[in-house]
Design a protein around this ligand. Structure first.
Ligand code: URA
Ligand code: SF4
Length: 188
């Protein structure tokens, strides 16, 4: 059996037709970044800009993510960024349970290859899909251990587009994440 890699997953995702989301996409959007990253960020699904470019978090939500990372001293090229589903749902609707279930194998493989010390969940969809969680606002800023993996919960950067007050919450959480990395001697 050949060794799995993020490049291999990328090649498979790009031509994947396992669910209906392949029909309306321009480009599938595999995870990208440092395949040895200490921190992996998991969003919901590609939006319009991501679909056009075939890259995660490159639109407005991506800009907010980048600004927040920079504020707390994280570097985008050193982390790994991915989504629950790799193709854009029409009109940016929330991906269905079926779409998430079908696409999950790619995310699981990304997690197993990168083997991040902390998986940072961005928003409700990723929280639901990975941990069966509910409200993100009630749980943001928390660490959760599951299946011997460490997860951290924060809001989705796109939430800030609709409510600018949440910018502070996201920054505060990212600061918590960085402090915990330093406490646990996790290189970032
Ligand atoms: N929102 C997401 O959840 N993921 C992206 O890649 C872009 C916007
Ligand atoms: Fe394949 Fe996932 Fe895209 Fe569905 S969303 S077509 S499972 S890559």
């Amino acid at each position: 059996m050949s060794i799995d890699s993020t490049d291999k997953i990328k090649a498979e995702v790009i031509r994947c037709k396992l669910c209906n989301l392949c029909r309306n996409r321009t480009n599938a959007v595999p995870g990208e970044g440092n395949s040895k990253a200490s921190i992996m960020f998991v969003g919901e699904a590609p939006g319009r800009n991501e679909d056009e470019k075939g890259r995660p978090f490159v639109g407005l939500a991506g800009k907010i993510l980048d600004e927040t990372l920079e504020k707390v001293g994280l570097v985008r090229s050193r982390i790994f960024v991915t989504n629950i589903v790799k193709c854009r749902p029409p009109g940016n609707r929330v991906p269905t349970e079926e779409e998430r279930r079908v696409c999950k194998n790619y995310l699981e493989r990304e997690i197993s290859i990168v083997s991040p010390k902390i998986i940072c969940i961005l928003g409700r969809t990723a929280y639901q899909s990975l941990l069966g969680g509910g409200s993100i606002l009630g749980n943001r800023g928390k660490f959760i251990e599951k299946d011997s993996k460490l997860f951290f919960l924060t809001i989705h950067p796109a939430a800030i587009i609709y409510n600018n007050k949440l910018r502070y919450a996201l920054e505060k959480d990212m600061q918590t994440l960085v402090s915990e990395c330093s406490r646990l001697n996790i290189p970032i």
